[in-house]
Design a protein around this ligand. Sequence first.
Ligand SMILES: Cc1cc2nc3c(=O)[nH]c(=O)nc-3n(C[C@H](O)[C@H](O)[C@H](O)COP(=O)(O)OP(=O)(O)OC[C@H]3O[C@@H](n4cnc5c(N)ncnc54)[C@H](O)[C@@H]3O)c2cc1C
Length: 229
Amino acid sequence: MAGLAAAARARELGAEVVVHEKGDRPGGSMLLSSCVVWRYREWQRFRAECPTGDPQLQRAVWEGLDDALAWLESLGAPVVVRETGNELTTGVRFDPRGLTSTLVARAGEIRLGEPLIELPSGLPVVLATGGFQGDLALVRERITTQAEKLVLRANPWSSGDGLRLALLAGARESAGMDEFYGRNLAAAPRISEADFVPLAQVYAKHALVENLRGEPYEARTWSEIDVAQ
Ligand SMILES: Cc1cc2nc3c(=O)[nH]c(=O)nc-3n(C[C@H](O)[C@H](O)[C@H](O)COP(=O)(O)OP(=O)(O)OC[C@H]3O[C@@H](n4cnc5c(N)ncnc54)[C@H](O)[C@@H]3O)c2cc1C
């Protein structure tokens, strides 16, 4: 999503843009998602929920999101619902296919199956390769030694390429590299991309959650991200 949106906006501002896409289709994990684009209503609540985030970056998202949503709508992105179903947050649910095709139509040349493997010299580059969930070694190193037991609920191509390129170019890591966005999934025998949204289970508050040692765990967040983590 970030790469297509950046390309569309850069072209609107007059830049010439080429989008490299490692996968065989555009849209990344956004295309597979519930597509609710949201922010916290209250700044203090945002900081309390994400205390180790970069406050400047958070402020930019918090202050800029409403205008960004209006911009997406002005391009023709189809809105499904104008609320998030959560009183702590505000935002819009888009149709993921419609949002993808709207951005693709404005992103200029998209080179499918052509990953960015090194940074071109003398050209500005926006790195937007998603996370590193598609790389078992990185997940094992950063998240859990039992990486192979996790179901990949995302596009398969986000394997940390942007992270590697940025580190090579001299970037530093931010806080929270051991945190991840995850959901508990129903233990279906085979899970396909179409199951990603319906099989996600956010009812820890109604269930008994235990670890392998039988120790109980109470969800601490409304999103239950902490339960998955
Ligand atoms: C089932 C599901 C439901 C979700 N629901 C929501 C929701 O309702 N609300 C919400 O806010 N978030 C939701 N998310 C999370 C959201 O989809 C992601 O946070 C978001 O898509 C991340 O955007 P991104 O641009 O960083 O990555 P992506 O959208 O994944 O895009 C990254 C792109 O980079 C490409 N790429 C990787 N490496 C390279 C390379 N070397 N060269 C070129 N291209 C490369 C990938 O192929 C991919 O197309 C959901 C995710 C899933 C899977």
